[in-house]
Ligand binder design. Structure first.
Ligand code: UDP
Length: 339
């Protein structure tokens, strides 16, 4: 039987890829997005309701009008560096906004939610691989606000008829295999698209944030996981909740780390072009390495990343960027030529 699913942030990067995966799996995604960073063109597999998390009444109405059976909650700010300098933005939207969403769910009788959490809830790593039992001591407001919601979900689950799955993403990367959707942030701050842009455009370079980390090449290590694999994990989490299983939290990563320098080299190998790189200081709030132990998601959700080799991430991200740049170019040319 199909189910209507409210996807907050459904016009965004991971949200839109998940809407596609949901539709392919027989669910009906209703995207709820304020389009502050998301794109109308990315909503292709169901309707778009334009609204804020703070609009409780609109949320309640949307849930009842569409007969929503479950919520996938992506909407939120997600820049580590920015969160250090603008914490109020993160507390207001990620924390207060999400509490409003949970309350709207309780009012509308929607009992299950899959929440976009993050490896940033762990803070400074105390092990090579982080499993779900690693202490959660965030070192930036982004991680703090996500952890606060994980905790709220546990307490709400104790007190109310609400079950949840929190998915702790490591670094989302890559783009849809058919190039229908992909990453399009403005301004872009994520490493892989920035490295690709520096390879594509003459005169562009990329800054390496920190070259003095205690890692083999001195640059920070992250676990890059393909966005389509993350999307599949949400479908599996939804099925898990539908099967009546208890609230849970899972890491989503590959178990393999790549340094900033390795990402630059991978893009150079793929493109045959040189990426001009400049050494910059460490970025505030950045741990030296974050790599997942994702065995729990494998054993309890049946999730294994299928598309997350670095080659595939770079290949799909490159193809998407090329398509997006040329569409943007056409759009600007059209706007310019209009009388
Ligand atoms: N990074 C970098 N230069 C950039 C952007 C990012 O060196 O222009 C580094 C960043 O410090 C981190 C890694 O690349 O170690 C991944 O950063 P990103 O912003 O892509 O994701 P995050 O880890 O913050 O979620």
């Amino acid at each position: 039987m199909t189910m209507n699913v409210l996807v907050t942030g459904g016009a965004g990067y991971i949200g839109s890829h998940t809407c596609k995966a949901l539709a392919q799996a027989g669910f009906f995604p209703v995207a709820y997005d304020n389009l502050s960073t998301g794109h109308e063109w990315a909503v292709r597999w169901g309707p778009l309701v334009r609204g804020e998390l703070a609009e409780g009444e609109l949320l309640r109405r949307t849930m009842s009008e569409y007969g929503i059976g479950s919520v996938l909650h992506f909407a939120g700010w997600s820049y580590v560096g920015e969160s250090v300098h603008a914490p109020r933005k993160y507390y207001r939207n990620n924390l207060i906004g999400t509490v409003g969403l949970l309350d709207a769910m309780l009012d509308a009788g929607v009992e299950t939610i899959v929440f976009s959490s993050t490896c940033a809830t762990y803070g400074m790593p105390e092990a090579e691989l982080l499993d779900e039992t690693h202490p959660q001591c965030p070192v930036n407001p982004y991680g703090e606000t996500k952890l606060a919601i994980e905790r709220a979900l546990r307490w709400y689950g104790e007190a109310y008829p609400m079950r949840s799955v929190a998915l702790r993403y490591f670094n989302a990367a890559g783009a849809d295999e058919n190039t229908e959707i992909g990453e399009a942030h403005d301004p872009e701050t994520h490493l892989i698209p920035l490295v690709i842009e520096a390879a594509m455009e003459a005169g562009r370079d990329v800054s390496i944030f920190g070259t003095d980390y205690p890692t083999p090449d001195g640059t920070a290590i992250r676990d890059y996981v393909h966005v389509s694999d993350l999307a599949d994990a949400h479908v599996q989490a939804l099925r898990y909740l539908r099967a009546g299983r208890p609230s849970a939290w899972f890491n989503l990563g590959t178990g393999l780390g790549h340094s900033v320098q390795e990402i630059i080299s991978a893009v150079e190998r793929f493109s045959g072009r040189r990426v001009p790189a400049r050494h910059a200081g460490r970025r505030a709030g950045d741990p030296q390495h974050l790599v997942a132990d994702a065995r729990k998601a494998a054993s309890e959700l049946g999730w294994k990343p299928q598309n997350s080799s670095l080659e595939n991430i770079v290949r799909t991200a490159w193809r998407w960027r090329a398509r997006y740049e040329s569409a943007e170019h056409e759009r600007r040319a059209l706007a310019f030529s209009r009388p």
